[in-house]
Design a protein around this ligand. Structure first.
Ligand code: NHW
Ligand code: EN5
Length: 388
């Protein structure tokens, strides 16, 4: 069934029933001297190409490859359209490795035809903090599909991760592979219902008119919680404390330090937005919420070419009820002209989705670990990790 994945140190479907296998690494690390020294062979017309994301021309090529060939929904109506600034942010966190930004080019034309990337992260599974690679943006040009190029890209990124003495990875996919640690559902909250219906992202409900629908999704003009404001550089220490103590309750979650928080959560326009509640009395930071910006191209629509989507990222509600905090997140997203606010059913999100008029989407997101077993998997609500 899975000619490639059957050869990899990942949970195999046939082991699902075997409760005797322990949690943790599936296979031990090798001595670095045994890590293959040279790149895996590619078909003769292609060559490996380590991408320099400082180079605006290269970044534009990567952007274009993904904008035309990356993930679509099951009916091919929308395609993710990660912006160049977003890609730079996603691929250059603290201590990133340039060698993990891996392109494949046509030797002759130098055209970028495939890509895969990793970034380093510390991820905790139960009480074990593990250095991992987060693998993302695997993409093969549409004209080169089904030629078994993806396994070559995956082996090559694995080799380059091993060269840094890192032996585990985390990744997500919309497709089922051996074997998810958990399967999450996407939920969607309409902010601009008329446009969403016009482009086919959502439908007019039964017995609903357009004007009733617009009214249903109406939001206040400004956030309601006193002390709700944008996160700033001076908040990094307080946000790190809040987030670390919050993520400690999940079975799988990132182990963020202040440098990570500064990178991943400090607002960057049209990339990541973060807000917090500063108590008007004590000036303490009590709550935090964030979302990232990932537009989708609208395929085949005469009126609209893109959907502006916000994706719920990390949220911590200590003093403010989570539902109220997320309602404020919806309000600022609406103010900033997003068409839809998306969230997964991870962490405590189940506790606000229905109440805030999110509806279940038709997409799922499966979470995976490479070379790390978690017996029986976990529930989405036990997952404290959001990948981009
Ligand atoms: S998920 C998004 C992936 N990208 C897309 O869906 C974009 C559109 N599609 C494509 O570009 C987020 C192609 O269809 C791709 C497959 C390139 C997906 N993950 O070349 P072949 C990520 O980026 C397996 C893993 O003929 P293709 C996460 C498939 O099961 N494996 O197919 C990435 C089959 O293997 P099998 C996937 O359609 C995580 C083989 O590829 C996969 O031309 C990567 C077929 O290859 C997917 N999304 O190209 C793993 N889709 O065994 C990281 C298909 O079943 C692992 N396949 O025969 C960790 C590495 C680091 C370890 C460090 C210690
Ligand atoms: C991530 N790093 O399928 C790796 N999106 O539901 C890639 N559906 O947008 C993983 N099909 O349900 C990719 N509207 C996995 C996701 C791939 C993209 C995907 C889904 C997620 C999606 C939309 C549009 C469907 C169009 C037809 C959807 C319904 C919204 C409705 C709003 C009102 C309340 C009820 C729900």
């Amino acid at each position: 069934r899975h000619k490639f994945w059957e050869t990899q140190p990942v949970g195999q479907f046939r082991d699902l029933a075997d409760g005797s296998l322990p949690d943790g690494a599936i296979e031990p690390p090798s001595p670095l001297s045994e890590v293959r020294a040279d790149p895996y062979p590619l078909p003769a017309a292609f060559e490996w190409f380590t991408c320099d994301l400082d180079d605006d021309a290269l970044l534009a090529d990567l952007y274009a490859l993904l904008a035309h060939n990356y993930v679509e929904d099951d009916e091919n109506m929308f395609r993710f359209n990660y912006s160049p600034a977003f890609l730079r942010w996603a691929l250059r966190p603290p201590s990133f490795f340039r060698a993990w930004h891996i392109g494949v080019r046509a030797k002759e034309s130098k055209k970028l035809v495939a890509f895969i990337s990793g970034v380093p992260a510390r991820i905790r599974a139960r009480d074990d903090v593990v250095r991992m690679a987060e693998i993302n943006f695997l993409c093969v040009h549409k004209k080169l599909r089904s030629k078994r190029l993806a396994p070559v890209l995956i082996r090559e990124v694995t080799r380059r991760v091993h060269q840094e003495n890192i032996w585990q990875a985390a990744y997500t996919a919309g497709v089922v592979l051996p074997t998810p640690i958990t399967t999450c559902r996407y939920w969607h909250r309409s902010l601009n219902p008329k446009k969403l219906i016009d482009v086919g992202f959502s439908r007019l409900g039964p017995r609903m008119t357009m004007s009733r629908t617009v009214r249903l999704y109406k939001l206040p003009d400004a956030p309601l919680t006193p002390g709700f404001r944008q996160m700033e550089l001076r908040d990094v220490a307080a946000v790190t404390r809040l987030l670390r103590s919050y993520l400690a309750r999940y079975v799988v979650a990132p182990d963020f330090d202040e440098l990570d928080v500064e990178h991943w959560l400090l607002p960057q326009e049209d990339v990541v937005d973060s807000y917090l509640v500063e108590s008007p009395e004590t000036h303490e930071v009590t709550d935090f919420c964030s979302f990232y910006t990932l537009p989708s191209s609208v395929l085949n629509n005469a009126t609209y070419s893109t959907l502006k989507a916000a994706y719920s990222y990390y949220n911590v509600a200590v003093k403010t009820p989570l539902q109220q905090l997320m309602n404020d997140a919806l309000i600022v997203a609406k103010q900033k002209n997003y068409d839809v606010f998306n969230a997964l059913d991870v962490m405590e999100n189940e506790g606000f989705l229905k109440e805030l008029k999110f509806g279940p989407g038709d997409g799922q997101l499966h979470y995976y670990l490479y070379n790390y077993r978690i017996r029986n998997g976990i529930k989405p609500s036990e997952l404290g990790l959001v990948l981009l």
